[in-house]
Design a protein around this ligand. Sequence first.
Ligand code: GDP
Length: 451
Amino acid sequence: MHTIAAISTPNAVGGIAMIRISGDNATGVAERIFKPFGKKLSDMEGYTCCYGIAHDDGRRLDDCILTVFKAPHSYTGEDVVEISCHGGLLVSREILRTALKNGAENAEAGEFTKRAFMNGKLDLTQAEAVMDIISAKSDLELKIAGELREGAAFKKARQCSESLMKILGDLAAWADYPEEDIPEVEPDKLAEELKTVRNSLFSLVENYDAGRILREGVSTVIVGKPNVGKSTLFNCLAGCERSIVTDISGTTRDVVEESVRIGDIVLRLSDTAGIHETDDVIEGIGIGIAEKMINSSELIIAVFDGSCPCTADDLNLIDKIKNKKAVAVINKSDAEQLFDTEKIKGNNIPIVYISAKENNINELNNAVQNLFRLNSDIFSSVPAANERQKRCIEKALECTHNAVNMLKNGEFLDAVTVVIDEAEQYLLELTGEKVTDAVVDEVFSRFCVGK
Ligand code: GDP
């Protein structure tokens, strides 16, 4: 494999920066750009490091520590050299540029991990978990990503795959050598074995949605007619003066976005123009967006002004959100209360009282946590980490389920074999043991350069 190089540390100033070089010629490239003190680089063994000077044709760049990893005992499974220098943006770029001048090629996004996958150091679910570890935003998220990196999903998929292989082997032996003394395949026993596989696969997808909420957050929209306190609430949740708060109706014209954390849940918040009838063209556009977002968001925070009686616009909003995942927020609880909440009741929507102005939003926080309750029990089994994994498992699950039904209906074992084989193919796609280049490219395109 050609030798690649990239800066693996963030594109920012820090204590240390690290340039990673991987490939057949990693040591050769390093020898041309690094002068070790008291050692010969080619004599260095794997897992050893030395102090020296990185240079460009003798021009000193920085004093560095160089670490050597020898194939296959490295992250990528190839020869790897890592040069740690001072954490300035320019110095690390200079060293990378010199490595490129001396035989290395720029690594693409995720290429180090892609090579680890290609060289059998990681299966595809473990490779994906590497990116999940990097982007984890909560302890629980990190824990799940860590378990996936350790191969939790791979091991489970492997177990299922091995069970299916055994069943396929039995079926093939029985079909191919009927005259030999091979025990007859019993459909009932086969169905039981398939059910065990089905249960295992089910446990991998059942908590997917909870895991996804944890990873990606909940898309949330704050709606309500003008002046009810949407922007004040948005700012209160976001903890900063991001949207414009005024007394003039309709000042929140655009959609402003922010992520906020409530317990374990991240809300991806949008604050929109108020929903009400208007002749103002610009604001009208914003209102159109708000209505669309009501339909596309996973959580709607509908704000009403507790200090005013309920109006036709409020009733209209109640109508739009009923039976959706929504919280009715009666704001301005610090003022005299004139809003009649009877109009909201009976729509399956929790009603909470807050004062955004006084930062008193506890009831809203509790209601949101109840709506998206993430019971830590549900993470006792590791869920699928992304849509790709979920799709593979669901397909395998569907095939296994069909095979069980086919056996129940007394269908030919040949036909059952075809369906079980299909399930097996989906599991191989999940782990990356049998996967198209397009899928692999898609997985690694989401990585950052240097990983
Ligand atoms: P929006 O048009 O819905 O975004 O409303 P704003 O957030 O701009 O607020 C409109 C007005 O209501 C401003 O004068 C706010 O100070 C006021 N307001 C917002 N929240 C509260 C609250 O909890 N109590 C009271 N008394 N006034 C509030």
